[in-house]
Design a protein around this ligand. Structure first.
Ligand SMILES: [Zn+2]
Length: 126
């Protein structure tokens, strides 16, 4: 048995790709894991803490937060309704963490911004 999550459909045959939406089909184990992960995510309250300006910032903050053991979600590459207002301003995405991690995440983001974007770089080199 194979499952297509986007279509909420099941297939008897061992297809690899959903004939309707072309998503990769999951087996029973994968589906259970995915559903458990989704439930965990929706039970925790992830809230936006930072607007990402681009892929470099995204990658660096991901590794910073990962090293600190802070769970995160990034939304907005494919703007959904929830975050369309943010992403239309930036063209990239929004970083979300759980409410309890906001203070730690903000600290890391501030450190990152201070170290990664020296304000006087241009004026010194001119
Ligand atoms: Zn499908």
């Amino acid at each position: 048995m194979r499952y297509c999550l986007p279509c909420n459909a099941t297939y008897e045959k061992d297809l690899r790709v959903c004939p309707d939406c072309r998503s990769r089909l999951l087996d029973g184990n994968e589906r259970d894991l995915w559903l458990a992960a989704q439930e965990e995510l929706t039970n925790q309250r992830f809230v936006p803490v930072h607007v990402l300006e681009g892929p470099v910032e995204e990658a660096l903050l991901q590794s910073l937060l990962g090293d600190a053991g802070i769970p995160w979600i990034i939304r907005g590459h494919r703007a959904d309704g929830f975050l369309a207002a943010f992403t239309s301003q930036t063209g990239w995405g929004v970083l979300l963490v759980t409410e309890e991690d906001i203070p730690r995440a903000r600290e890391l983001i501030e450190l990152f911004q201070e170290s990664a974007v020296p304000d006087d770089f241009d004026s010194d080199s001119a």
